[in-house]
Design a binder for this molecule. Structure first.
Ligand SMILES: [Zn+2]
Ligand SMILES: [Zn+2]
Length: 256
């Protein structure tokens, strides 16, 4: 469990730091991509996100007792002889399952019954790479159990199972980076996941999927690509108004 806490803490702070640097410094300096939501972060947002995420890291780490327990009870087994191809196919299967599992749990978290437990995550209207694990503990428990069912129905290799939190957090950082990395791809493209999840945080009702779009297409829960435009326009108008209302600097030297 201690290894679990160190592992989840390591990937959270590692990926978070890399994406923060990439989207705030490196990519803007290179002129690649663009920021999505123009509004500023709330006061104390980063501290809150990192604090909440640290509790999720603890929950995920301690939660390692569940897959370990399945192995001890003999309800699941690891395939120690899996080759490279088998591991690759297993990772692919787990990536698709991860999207199904995420959509179902996320949709449940948007029901009247569970909405209040999803509130802490949605306190971030404008997302950051530190929002990724910023959940209520119940949400952490719901999302953290993603590998348990697959483990019972198939003997996965250790490496395929260990890959799940890594690729999941990588795509989570993409989704919460508030940054459009590939401006030329369409809104439905796999590479436009950050556009879709940033919209989910801006307008809430839709885009419950993770990296892929098949679940939102299947259940018709997609948000229109321009759904947040009125919101952003209102923000820009207010900013312009504020600038115009600011007193003009006095002109010196006009009088002799
Ligand atoms: Zn949500
Ligand atoms: Zn989110």
């Amino acid at each position: 469990m201690l290894w679990g806490v160190l592992f989840f803490g390591g990937i959270y702070f590692g990926f978070g730091g890399i994406f923060w640097l990439l989207t705030k410094r490196v990519l803007p300096a290179l002129g690649i991509g663009r920021a999505l939501d123009p509004r500023p972060l709330q006061p104390g947002q980063l501290r809150r996100e990192i604090g909440q995420s640290s509790i999720s890291v603890l929950i995920f780490g301690l939660g390692m007792v569940f897959p370990w327990g399945l192995l001890q009870l003999g309800w699941a087994r690891l395939d120690a002889d899996a080759g490279g191809w088998q591991i690759a196919i297993e990772v692919l299967m787990l990536a698709v399952w991860n999207d199904v599992h995420f959509w179902i749990n996320h949709r449940l978290l948007h029901t009247r019954l569970l909405r209040r437990f999803h509130g802490p995550h949605h306190r971030s209207f404008v997302t950051t790479p530190w929002s990724t694990y910023s959940f209520h503990p119940l949400e952490a428990l719901m999302l953290g159990n993603v590998i348990l069912l697959p483990m019972v129905v198939h003997d996965f290799s250790f490496w395929a199972l260990a890959a799940v939190p890594v690729f999941s957090l990588f795509f989570n950082c993409v989704g919460h980076s508030n940054y459009d990395f590939f401006r030329r791809v369409s809104y439905n493209h796999w590479f436009a996941a950050s556009r879709r999840h940033h919209l989910h945080h801006a307008v809430h009702n839709g885009n419950y999927g993770f990296q892929f779009t098949f679940m939102d297409r299947l259940f018709r829960t997609r948000i229109a690509a321009d759904a947040a435009e009125p919101l952003f326009q209102a923000f820009r108008d207010k900013q312009l108004q504020r600038q115009q209302q600011q007193p003009q600097p006095e002109q010196h030297g006009a009088t002799a």
